[in-house]
Each structure stands twice: as structure tokens, then as C-alpha cells.
Write a protein that binds this ligand. Sequence first.
Ligand SMILES: *[C@@H]1O[C@H](CO)[C@@H](O)[C@H](O)[C@H]1NC(C)=O
Ligand SMILES: *[C@@H]1O[C@H](CO)[C@@H](O)[C@H](O)[C@H]1NC(C)=O
Ligand SMILES: *[C@@H]1O[C@H](CO)[C@@H](O)[C@H](O)[C@H]1NC(C)=O
Ligand SMILES: *[C@@H]1O[C@H](CO)[C@@H](O)[C@H](O)[C@H]1NC(C)=O
Ligand SMILES: *[C@@H]1O[C@H](CO)[C@@H](O)[C@H](O)[C@H]1NC(C)=O
Ligand SMILES: *[C@@H]1O[C@H](CO)[C@@H](O)[C@H](O)[C@H]1NC(C)=O
Length: 427
Amino acid sequence: MIPSGIMNPPRVKLPLPIIITTICVLLFIAILYAERLSFLSSSSILKYKTCPRKHNKLKSNNRKEEEVLVNSSWIDDRFDFDPEECNVANGKWVFNHSIKPLYSDSSCPYIDRQYSCVKNGREDSDYLHWEWQPEDCTLPRFNPKLALKKLQGKRLLFVGDSLQRNQWESFVCLVQGIIPAKQKSMKRGRVYSVFKAKEYNATIEFYWAPFLVESNTDIHIIGDPKKRIIKVDEITERAKNWTGVDILVFNTYVWWMSGLRIKALWGSFANGEEGYEELDTPVAYKLGLRTWANWVDSTVNPKKTRVFFTTMSPAHTKSADWGNKDGVKCFNETKPVRKKNHWGSGSNKGMMSVVAKVVKKMKVPVTIINITQISEYRIDGHSSVYTETGGKMLTKVERANPQNADCIHWCLPGVPDTWNQIFLAML
Ligand SMILES: *[C@@H]1O[C@H](CO)[C@@H](O)[C@H](O)[C@H]1NC(C)=O
Ligand SMILES: *[C@@H]1O[C@H](CO)[C@@H](O)[C@H](O)[C@H]1NC(C)=O
Ligand SMILES: *[C@@H]1O[C@H](CO)[C@@H](O)[C@H](O)[C@H]1NC(C)=O
Ligand SMILES: *[C@@H]1O[C@H](CO)[C@@H](O)[C@H](O)[C@H]1NC(C)=O
Ligand SMILES: *[C@@H]1O[C@H](CO)[C@@H](O)[C@H](O)[C@H]1NC(C)=O
Ligand SMILES: *[C@@H]1O[C@H](CO)[C@@H](O)[C@H](O)[C@H]1NC(C)=O
């Protein structure tokens, strides 16, 4: 309507409303132009001292403008990331070859063989140079000094499964490079491991608890999922070791996903392990998470301890999910999925909603580290065939067989570094 009003040859005398509209449009453009100029000058003056509040305001009022004007070199890394304001899951992976990981699997001595992709023969390296960029805010890069400062005099404990161990090792590796050898130590056990940063009097710990609640299969793992029984209301005994910690990070998901139903046990154990009942997986998961939530609510002092929960890490075992019909699992994938909001069969939305519902009802605030969507894109980031079996890396022949690909765990350095980047920003 407006363009035609301007473009039409003025054969007909213009009625007054159109003239007024045109003047208004011109005025509006003039104002926009002035705003641009003022934004330009204020942002170049404030380039190194961006006031986050102001930035936020601009963001909500004038988002379009900002998209046009702000290119990445203007954004101050110290922009105050605010998890309340910014949906970190909404964004994209940007390839930037000049981004170098803060460590490698040779420089960080704490990486499990399972995640040491380069040592295990991975030759492609693009997967190391992707950076997650949320649409609405700037995610600060992981700053090891800042991380250690935040942990000064504190205990940080990750509790959960092997993906949580993936995240824990990533965190340790991200910070350990700036600590002199004499100032750090690592003690590893089957269930509990602890990394110490002595000059900071800080510890970064891991506790193995794949269901969080107890089961017959967490310390001595039972290979056959049909024989696994989960004590959905038992947590107290092991959780004694989680008290007195300053920052707790939990996860649990993949161990629940071995079938449609789960053998669950609760109440008094009169019948021993024979007294189990088979429950639909989301039902059992809810009971287990509630047990965990009750423990947190009754034990954790929110004034002293912060609690986080990492959402499910997606497995990429069906290449049809991302349209690679000839593929097998994540084998040979070297690029992330491009399709916005890609979501595969390895992330169960029903299970996700159980987490959201349980956490919502808790007294103690729990911060969700929502890594699912961002990791869904990263079919290229898994250990794949660059992994190990029984402590040995796969042979060349074994590596050529796509069926051997581990599409659950992640290479380190790699995707879990971004989880920790988000975690640190929220800490
Ligand atoms: C971003 O802005 C800088 C000047 O601040 C300019 O040199 C650069 O070319 C711009 N990049 C893009 C992609 O617009
Ligand atoms: C790529 O990373 C480098 C180094 O951190 C940074 O200076 C540059 O702005 C980044 N480029 C883009 C397009 O984000
Ligand atoms: C070290 O940190 C612990 C808590 O993790 C605290 O109890 C202790 O007092 C701290 N020691 C020093 C010397 O700061
Ligand atoms: C957990 O704490 C108990 C004492 O409450 C201790 O005996 C046990 O060794 C601890 N377990 C681990 C794995 O640290
Ligand atoms: C996997 O990728 C390698 C190198 O790109 C290629 O030589 C090989 O044929 C691929 N294998 C399959 C099964 O696609
Ligand atoms: C995590 O983010 C996804 C979207 O990316 C959302 O659907 C889900 O509800 C979130 N999960 C939780 C527990 O907040």
C-alpha cells in the first residue's frame, strides 16, 4: 500500500489521509535513521564497557534494528548472559576455523579412552571448530580463570551416568591447562573420582549413579537390560556422599531407555528383588526423579548449595532421522544437521516433560542445563568408531564397520565443552 502510494504517477489528486500517511512514513524513517546513528555511536563508545541492561532493553525493543546493525565483531564477550532472558537452545552452530579447543586428548591426561577420538584415530577435525551461537544473546566463551575463581573454596560434584562423566571430564580438561602440575591432582575410582585444584582449594568431582536412584546394576553392571531392577524409591544411602557440596549437577536418562518397560521395586522389600513390578518407562522415570527431588528438597540448603540438572544427551543411532538413508547410525558424519529445530528419535520428549514437571514442583530451585536441542544437531560429534572396547582402541578393520560406532558418547574436546560453556555462564 505504501509503495504504491509513492510510486503511482499522481494522475489523481491525492486524498488527505494518504498525504498524512506518507508524511508519517517519512518521519518514521527519519527517526529510525537517527536511532541508527545514535546506536552506532553509543555502541562504538561503549564497545568495551557494554552495559548489559541497556543491551537487553535494546534487544527487546528494537530487535530487528539490532540484527541489521550488530555484527559479531561488535559484541562484547562480557555481555551479561542471562538465562532468564535468553533461550540458549534457540540458535545455531557456526563454523569458525580460528576457534581452537582449550585442550586436546594429548594435553589433558584425564580423558577416558572412550572419548579420546584423536588418539583413537579420528582424522577429520571440523567437528572441533563449531561454536554455538544463541539467537538472542551472546554466550561468553569458556574462561578457565573465571571458572576456577567461581569454584574457589568450593566443591563441584557431577552425579549421573557416563554422559555426565563425559561432561565432568570436559570441565576438568577445560580448567586444568592453567593449573601448574604441582597444584593439581586426580584420584579416580569406580564410583567416585575427584580432581583437586589446590591453589584454588577447589574440587571437581564425579559420582557414578546412572539412575540417580539405586538399582542392582549400577556398581556391578548387569549387561542384560531385562535383568536390571531399579529401586525407584531408594536414594538416601548413596546420596549421603552428595551432601556438603556447593554445586551439584545431576543427570539421568539413557539408562532408562533400554526398553519400553522397566522393572521397578519400591516400598518394603519383603519379597526381595522378586517383588518388582514392570512399569512403563516414563512412569518409572517419574517415580525415580521424584525420589531424587524429595531428597534434594529435604537435604539441600539452597542458601549454600546450587543445584543443576543436565537434560538428556541425544543418541544418534538412526541416520534416517536426519535424512541420510544410506547411513548407519552416526558413522562417517562430519557435519552438524542444518535443519532448524531438528529433533531425532534419540531424545524422548515425554521423558523431557517428566523432568520439567518434577523440577517445577520442587522447593529448592534447580537450574536446567538444557543441552538437548543444541546437541541434536551434532551428529558429527560422537566417539563413533574412534572409541575402545575392553580398554583397547578399535583396530582399522573394526573401525571400518559402522556397526561398531558409539553414537551416544561424545569426543573430547567436543560437544560437552559447549554444555560446560552454558553451565559456566549460568553459574
Ligand atoms: C563487521 O563490522 C566490522 C567493523 O566493525 C567490519 O570490518 C566487518 O566487515 C563487518 N563484518 C560483517 C560480516 O559485516
Ligand atoms: C571466529 O573466532 C575468532 C577467534 O575467537 C574471532 O575473533 C572471530 O570474530 C570469529 N568469527 C566469527 C565469524 O564469529
Ligand atoms: C577449602 O574449601 C573447603 C570447602 O570445600 C572449606 O571447608 C575449607 O575451609 C577451605 N580451606 C581453605 C584453607 O580455604
Ligand atoms: C560414601 O560414604 C560412605 C560413608 O557415608 C563411605 O563409607 C563410602 O566409602 C562412600 N562411597 C564413596 C564411593 O565415596
Ligand atoms: C567413510 O568415510 C571415508 C572417508 O571419507 C570413506 O573412505 C568411506 O568409504 C566411508 N565409508 C562409508 C561406509 O561410507
Ligand atoms: C529443553 O529445551 C527444549 C527445546 O529445545 C524444550 O522442549 C524442553 O521443554 C526443555 N526442557 C526442560 C526440562 O526445560
